[in-house]
Design a protein around this ligand. Structure first.
Ligand SMILES: CC(C)(COP(=O)(O)OP(=O)(O)OC[C@H]1O[C@@H](n2cnc3c(N)ncnc32)[C@H](O)[C@@H]1OP(=O)(O)O)[C@@H](O)C(=O)NCCC(=O)NCCS
Length: 184
C-alpha cells in the first residue's frame, strides 16, 4: 500500500479519496481546498463548521455541528472512519492532527438529575475540546468535554481522556494516564 506523506507542503499525494462522498460545500461557514468527505460521512450544522485545506473525513465519520458554537478543523488533519465529533460546546482541531478510526469527541453532557427525572431530561452543560497541532489520537479513544490535547501529544488506543494532556506527552488507558514524554 502506498504510504502517504504527512506534510502540508506536498498536497498532491495527501488524502486521496476512496469513494464519492458528497456534501453541499456552499453551506459551510468556511471550507478550504481539497477537503475530502468519504461515502457515508455526515455533517450537521455546516453553517457552524470551519474547515481548512487538505482535510480528510473518513467513511461514516460524523461531524456533528450544533446550532451554537463552532467546529474548527485545521489544514492537513485526517479524521478516520466512523469518528464522531460533536461540537455543541465547541471543538478546535489544529493542523496535521491524526484522529484514528472510531474516535469520539464530546463537548456536552446532561447534568445529573433527581432520581425521578430521566438523566437525559436534565440540562446540558457544555465545555470545549481542543486538539492542538500535530497531536495524534489512537483508535477508539474517547475525549470528554473540557479536555485539551496538547501539541504533538499521543493518545493511546481505547483511552478515555478525562483531563487535559500536556504537549508531546503520551497517555493511555481508562482513564488516560501519563505513559512517557516523546523523544526530541
Ligand atoms: C499508547 C501508545 C502510543 C504507547 O506506545 P509505547 O510508548 O510504545 O508504549 P509501550 O508499548 O512500551 O507500553 C507502555 C505501557 O503502556 C501500556 N499501554 C500501551 N498502550 C496502551 C493502551 N492503548 N492502553 C492502555 N495501556 C497501554 C503498556 O501495556 C505498557 O504498560 P506496562 O508498563 O505496565 O507494561 C501505543 O500503545 C498506542 O496505543 N498507540 C495508538 C495506536 C493507534 O491507535 N494509532 C492510530 C492509527 S490510525
Amino acid at each position: 500500500m502506498l504510504a502517504l506523506p504527512r506534510t502540508t507542503t506536498d498536497n498532491s499525494l495527501m488524502h486521496r479519496s476512496h469513494g464519492d462522498g458528497t456534501v453541499d460545500r456552499a453551506r459551510f461557514r468556511r471550507i478550504g481546498t481539497n477537503v475530502i468527505f468519504e461515502v457515508g460521512s455526515l455533517v450537521f450544522h455546516p453553517e457552524n463548521i470551519e474547515l481548512g485545506d487538505n482535510i480528510y473525513v473518513g467513511h461514516y465519520a460524523i461531524l456533528k455541528g450544533y446550532h451554537k458554537n463552532t467546529m474548527r478543523i485545521g489544514d492537513g488533519t485526517w479524521i478516520g472512519q466512523q469518528c464522531f465529533i460533536h461540537s455543541a460546546g465547541g471543538v478546535t482541531i489544529g493542523r496535521d492532527v491524526g484522529i484514528a478510526p472510531h474516535v469520539r469527541i464530546l463537548t456536552s453532557a446532561h447534568e445529573e438529575t433527581p432520581r425521578g427525572t430521566p438523566v437525559m431530561h436534565g440540562p446540558l452543560t457544555f465545555a470545549p475540546v481542543a486538539l492542538e497541532d500535530g497531536c495524534d489520537v489512537g483508535i477508539g479513544a474517547v475525549i470528554l468535554p473540557g479536555v485539551t490535547i496538547g501539541a504533538g501529544a499521543i493518545v493511546g488506543a481505547g483511552a478515555v481522556v478525562t483531563r487535559s494532556v500536556a504537549p508531546f506527552s503520551v497517555v493511555a488507558g481508562v482513564p488516560a494516564c501519563f505513559v512517557r514524554m516523546r523523544d526530541d
